[in-house]
Write a protein that binds this ligand. Structure first.
Ligand code: SF4
Length: 215
């Protein structure tokens, strides 16, 4: 059984409630979106076919029990849930970062799904499968990458909807687009509205610089 893999690397988790923890990243090739601010365009096409067993052989020597499956969009590959399940069976803690357009109910419940709900300035918000909001569990997380005040209002509207439906999840993460929205500005908005969310910065960009790859 194979998957198309762009890169596998060991780094610091940056954009969820797991931020700051050492983590192995498995980046899958391919994405069905083209976000305006995308910083992983190299993952759209680049990558090689790899047996799932070989993926395990690459992860094991990294000696880290937290693994994040990311992309691109990992769920555009049909067999990604099989990789997730295999890692869980091997005792890994598994995160899956997904762009909100794919049905997350295909993924094992034990995996923490971090669903990136695309905001208007990404140019891709119309592609979100809003049914995913009803598929989230208390361990899952959502993330909004915000570039403008309009994005912030959009995110607030979704949080209002979730509250009205009593949808409980593990964490709501707000992250400013690097170089576009100042973290200080976003912090002020969140505090003014008393929002129950986490402000996140893209840690790897602050540690290794905005253009570093494989970190
Ligand atoms: S979903 Fe992620 S990988 Fe795909 S275009 Fe958007 S930012 Fe890039």
């Amino acid at each position: 059984m194979t998957l198309r893999i762009n890169e596998i690397f060991y780094s610091i988790q940056g954009e969820s409630s797991y931020a700051g923890r050492p983590c192995v990243f498995v980046r899958l090739t391919g994405c069905n979106l083209r976000c305006s601010y995308c910083d992983t365009r190299y993952a759209y096409e680049e990558g090689g076919v790899m047996e799932i067993n070989h993926i395990f052989e690459q992860i094991s020597p990294m000696a880290c029990r937290l693994v994040e499956i990311t992309g691109g969009e990992p769920l555009v590959q049909e067999k990604t849930p099989i990789l997730v399940e295999g890692l869980l069976e091997d005792g890994y803690e598994v995160l899956l970062e997904t762009n909100g357009t794919q049905d997350i109910s295909r993924v094992d419940d034990r995996c923490v799904k971090v669903v990136d709900l695309k905001c208007p300035s990404s140019g891709m918000s119309d592609h979100t499968d809003m049914e995913n909001l009803n598929r989230l569990s208390v361990r899952d997380e959502i993330k909004f990458v915000l570039g403008t005040r309009g994005d912030y209002e959009y995110a607030r509207k979704i949080l209002g909807y979730m509250e009205s439906r009593s949808i409980l999840i593990g964490s709501v993460n707000f992250s400013p687009v690097f170089g576009q929205l100042e973290p200080e500005t976003l912090a002020e908005w969140i505090l003014a509205d008393h929002l129950a969310c986490r402000l996140h910065l893209q840690l790897h960009k602050y540690i290794w610089g905005p253009d570093a790859r494989g970190v």
